[in-house]
Design a protein around this ligand. Structure first.
Ligand SMILES: [Zn+2]
Ligand SMILES: [Zn+2]
Length: 364
């Protein structure tokens, strides 16, 4: 199968806060270990917005989108493990399998996890930088074979796409990074897509109490459907006092900050129990800093951890999450707020920024 002399449509942002333009991009054949994917669905994630606004980098133009499901349409000569026709999810992070961390059984510590892709030549010759190495809000995407994970074709595309970023990032933050256990009281700050997935992960891990914190009552209601036992409306309550009140004054054993940034970090630090784990899940903006009361940090003990893509191991965790959707224990249908066409993706991002949605997906 050859794609020469043809194009595909992709969402491109050429300047900070610039429009999301749907451009015709030249298509090439997969080379080396690449596979070509016919994208069936791509989720709209806040990380894209950071790039679109220039707060995660300024290497414009960007080809946005990184939460991708699709079908393998062609494979490069050295691609192994993926077959034409496979239903797949693109994993933006895959351990290299060769470094000292990978061979030592700590794949989440692999420094080479993040997918790095060459720029995508746009129609006018400008190199387009794929967001998180994927650039998958497009009809087609080319990625290395090791970055695709085959999943049960019974998972519909709009659900499969969710498994590319938001769901593993949150679920894994609770299960893999925080190592939530049955004795833990867990607080989750921010009940957007990632926070709600973290709540689902904490519930699956058998957490004693799961306290959802948000300023949006509708999001708190969804949080309950995914396993939150208590909710704190931070628009009317002091979140630190409320969490301490719900935990007999002790604070939470695990605090997951799914928002990211100085304000919520301070709140998260204020509500943690002695010996607890504070997990930074939401991505801070370039330039964010925090002042830490070092004496209090020392006396509280415990640890501050960072969770990137939920410290997931794609080949292990994505089929697991797909299975939990199919057996009904992870109700991702409730997670899906709406679907858009590629042409109306900009409208989807606007709704995301307005805080109106948990997760919207573009169907190709
Ligand atoms: Zn490695
Ligand atoms: Zn994302």
């Amino acid at each position: 199968m050859t794609y020469r002399a043809t194009t595909y449509r992709a969402a491109v942002v050429r300047s900070a806060h610039g429009p999301v333009a749907i451009e015709d991009v030249p298509l090439r054949d997969p080379v080396g270990d690449e596979v070509a994917i016919d994208v069936t669905a791509c989720g709209l994630c806040h990380s894209d917005v950071h790039f679109m606004h220039g707060t995660s980098g300024t290497d414009f133009p960007y080809v946005v989108g990184h939460e991708v499901a699709g079908r393998v349409s062609a494979v490069g000569p050295n691609a192994t493990g993926a077959r034409v026709g496979d239903s797949v999810v693109v994993a933006p992070m895959v351990p290299c399998g060769r470094c000292k961390h990978c061979t030592g059984g700590r794949p989440a510590a692999c420094a080479a996890r993040l997918l790095r892709r060459p720029a995508i030549p746009l129609a006018d010759g400008t190199p387009g930088n794929p967001v998180l190495g994927v650039g998958g809000l497009a009809e087609r995407v080319l990625v290395p074979a090791r970055n695709v994970v085959a999943i049960d074709p019974g998972v519909p595309p709009e659900i499969a796409a969710l498994l590319g970023c938001g769901v593993p990032s949150g679920y894994g933050a609770a299960v893999n990074t925080a190592e939530v256990g049955p004795a833990d009281d867990v607080a989750v700050i921010g009940c957007g897509a990632v926070g709600v997935a973290a709540i689902a992960g904490a519930a699956a891990a058998g957490a004693a109490r799961i306290i959802a914190v948000d300023v949006n009552a509708a999001k708190l209601a969804v949080a309950r459907e995914f396993g939150a036992t208590d909710t704190v409306d931070a628009s009317t309550q002091d979140a630190v006092d409320a969490v301490r009140g719900l935990t007999g004054g002790a604070g939470a054993d695990v605090v997951l900050d799914a928002v990211g940034g100085p304000a919520t970090f301070g709140v998260a630090n204020g509500m943690r129990a002695v010996g607890s784990r504070l997990v930074v899940v939401g991505a801070p903006k370039v330039g964010d800093t925090v002042d830490l009361p070092l004496r209090g940090l020392f006396l509280t003990g415990g640890s501050i951890r960072v969770s990137i893509w939920g410290d997931c191991v794609a080949a292990r965790d994505l089929p697991l999450l797909a299975g939990r959707y199919l057996d009904g224990s992870l109700p991702l249908d409730k997670y899906l707020t709406g679907t858009f066409s590629l042409a109306s993706a900009a409208q989807g991002y606007e709704q995301l920024l307005a805080g109106q949605v948990l997760r919207s997906v573009v169907l190709m």
